[in-house]
Write a protein that binds this ligand. Structure first.
Ligand SMILES: Nc1ncnc2c1ncn2[C@@H]1O[C@H](COP(=O)(O)OP(=O)(O)OP(=O)(O)O)[C@@H](O)[C@H]1O
Length: 251
């Protein structure tokens, strides 16, 4: 039986008179990929920012692993088990792939242990980094300079850096953006591999990937959820077709 790892209830975020996210509720389950789709300006990034703590909601709340995390800062939410990959890259380009993942793993070490360089904490973060590198399929690229890696490998590296923080919930912002067919296919396989251990929310414009990957879809327009359900329920929803999918010419 799958479990709910993150639950958002009646989330609203207002910017002045604009409700960028308007009364949105959703659950993220372990072993399920939940895609959030919608046209530009629908509120997908704002929703992601609300879940990760990058911005605080005007009203509503977020529960992570059964704990109310509403209003917590991103670092505290990350420590509570939420990992987020950003559209804009966080990679240190002159460093190697390994060094980037190692730094991300180290950020999870308590400050005191970090400064004292406790052997056990160094060992622990090395192990987390090794595991993340392997999960992301980058072990053979560990000594490559990140800046010299392909676009697809850099996106894999971002996921490895997120995994190094040992998250239960993954928020992935357009992981397929700018990828060619082969790279996109590799990323799809990676996300499917990560699925059993994680609850995943995917914001993605690539509709083929969304329909190939998602177990559940939430469709947003103008800050509101206009439909939510399985891909086939959403695909056949008249409101979705006229508001969004029709424009994509998706069969
Ligand atoms: N910091 C802000 N201040 C004011 N308005 C904002 C702010 N952030 C977002 N908005 C507005 O909120 C609405 C939702 O924006 P958001 O970026 O969440 O949409 P989106 O679905 O992620 O779009 P895209 O697919 O283009 O990334 C837009 O009208 C946007 O202009």
């Amino acid at each position: 039986m799958s479990e709910v790892l993150l639950s958002a209830k009646n989330l609203t975020k207002r910017f002045g008179g604009l409700a960028a996210v308007n009364d949105v509720s959703l659950n993220l389950w372990r072993d399920r990929i939940h895609a959030v789709i919608g046209p530009n300006g629908a509120g997908k990034s704002t929703l992601t920012n609300l879940l990760s703590g990058d911005i605080a909601p005007t009203s509503g709340n977020v529960t992570l692993g059964g704990q109310d995390v509403t209003g917590w800062n991103p670092e505290r939410i990350s420590r509570a088990g939420l990992g987020r990959s950003y559209q804009k890259t966080n990679i240190f380009l002159p460093f190697t792939v390994w060094e980037n993942v190692r730094l991300a793993a180290q950020s999870r070490t308590p400050h005191a242990a970090r400064w004292l360089s406790l052997a056990s904490s160094v060992r622990e973060s090395n192990e987390r980094a090794e595991k993340a590198l392997e999960l992301a399929g980058l072990t053979s690229r560990r000594d490559s300079i990140a800046g010299a890696a392909s676009h697809g490998e850099q996106r894999q590296l971002e996921i490895a850096m997120t995994l190094a923080t040992d998250p239960q919930v993954l928020l992935l912002d357009e992981p397929l953006a700018g990828m060619g067919t082969a790279e996109a296919e590799r990323m799809v396989q990676l996300l499917l591999k990560l699925k059993p251990q994680h609850a995943m929310m995917l914001v993605e414009h690539d509709m083929d990937a969304v329909f190939a990957l998602a177990d559940h879809l939430t469709v947003m327009v103008n800050g509101q959820v206009i439909a939510s359900g399985t891909p086939s329920q959403v695909r056949n929803d008249a409101a979705v077709q006229s508001a969004y999918l029709g424009e994509e010419e998706h069969g």
